[in-house]
Design a protein around this ligand. Structure first.
Ligand SMILES: [Zn+2]
Length: 184
């Protein structure tokens, strides 16, 4: 395994993949794809500039990344599996002007997530498997100094100083379990 890959796994994936495996009772494999034209050079940054309207933006970036993933699957002779998620891991923002850190296209099993925050990958993969913002849990942890308490992976708009609990809430664990149980 490449050193960088080990670092990325430790920072962003092993935070939640054992939990995902525990919830779904399925193995979770993380496989990195490098140097693959169409995929790893996908020009995600250009969309925010070209399409300032959010609906246009989401529609067009979705269509193009879907084509890119389809072409990749065809070239690799991979079948589309309902449990396979393609994650485009980015540095910086997906849309710098709006500070967008990630995007999940649940129906296509594709997500984008930045390395700017530790929990963005877990958050977007959570969306792909049925987790919701509404089911986030907030804790006040007496061991923590933050007055805002702590929030699980699916939190949005954390107040400055809110700490992160590296887990899904019990309700989201249920959502993920139900969703994945219906997949092949
Ligand atoms: Zn979200």
């Amino acid at each position: 395994m490449l050193k960088n890959e080990e670092h990325l796994k430790g920072m962003f994936f092993t935070l939640f993949t054992p939990e995902l495996s525990d919830i779904t009772k399925r193995p979770v494999n993380v496989e990195f794809i490098y140097d693959t034209p169409g995929m790893t050079d996908f020009d995600y940054l250009s969309y925010a500039t070209r399409y300032p309207n959010l609906d246009d933006y989401i529609g067009l970036i979705s269509a193009d990344i879907n084509h890119a993933v389809d072409a990749y699957r065809a070239a690799q002779q991979r079948t589309a599996k309902a449990t396979d998620i393609y994650l485009i891991l980015i540095d910086g923002y997906l849309s710098p002007a709006q500070g967008v850190e990630g995007l999940a296209l649940q129906e296509s099993n594709i997500a984008f997530a930045t390395t700017l925050g530790r929990t963005v990958v877990a958050h977007e993969i959570g969306h792909c498997f049925g987790a919701t913002h509404a089911a986030t849990s907030y804790y006040v942890d007496p061991e923590q100094f933050s007055s805002h308490g702590c929030a699980t992976f699916m939190a949005t708009e954390r107040k400055e100083g809110t700490c992160a609990r590296f887990r899904y809430s019990d309700e989201n664990r249920g959502n993920i379990r139900n969703y994945v149980s219906q997949l092949d």
